[in-house]
Write a new protein. Structure first.
Length: 135
C-alpha cells in the first residue's frame, strides 16, 4: 500500500506510530498530509531525547510565531529554501531548548512546492508534537 508521494507504508511505520501515540492519526487530514510530505521519509526517525537539545525555530513574523512545532538543530543561511518554508519573507529565528525525554521526529527536509515555486529543502528538521514543551 502506498502512502503519499509514492512512499511505501513500511518506510513510515515509526512515524505513523508516533502520530497514533500523540493522537494526530488521520491520513485524510491536511496537517498529516503536509507532515508526511515535509520529510525525506527515508531519513526520518522517531527519537526520545537523551538530553536537552538546543534547536531553532525559523519564522516570518508576518505569518508565523517564534514558538512552533517545527524546528531545526542548525542555524541556516537560507531558511526559506533549506527548510522549504511556505512564504517568502524576512525570516527570524528563536532559540529553544527541547527537554530531555521529549519524543520527536527528525530527519531531512523534503523539497516542496507551495505554489510559490520549488523550495529544494535539504536541511534537517525536528517536529515536536507539543510546542508548549519548548523552554
Amino acid at each position: 500500500r502506498k502512502l503519499y508521494n509514492g512512499k511505501p507504508l513500511s518506510e513510515v511505520k515509526a512515524t505513523l506510530a508516533y502520530f497514533k501515540r500523540h493522537k494526530f492519526w488521520d491520513m485524510e487530514d491536511k496537517i498529516f498530509q503536509n507532515f508526511v510530505t515535509a520529510f525525506e521519509m527515508k531519513t526520518t526517525k522517531v527519537t526520545i531525547l537523551a538530553e536537552d537539545m538546543k534547536a531553532y525555530r525559523y519564522y516570518d513574523p508576518a505569518y508565523t510565531k517564534p514558538r512552533g512545532n517545527w524546528l531545526t538543530p542548525n542555524l541556516v543561511d537560507n531558511p526559506e529554501m533549506k527548510l522549504a518554508l511556505k512564504h517568502p519573507g524576512d525570516y527570524k529565528y528563536a532559540e529553544w531548548t527541547i527537554p530531555k525525554g521529549t519524543e520527536v521526529i527528525e530527519g531531512g527536509v523534503a523539497a516542496k512546492d507551495w505554489g510559490t515555486g520549488l523550495k529544494p529543502g535539504g536541511g534537517y528538521q525536528i517536529f515536536v508534537h507539543d510546542k508548549d514543551l519548548l523552554k
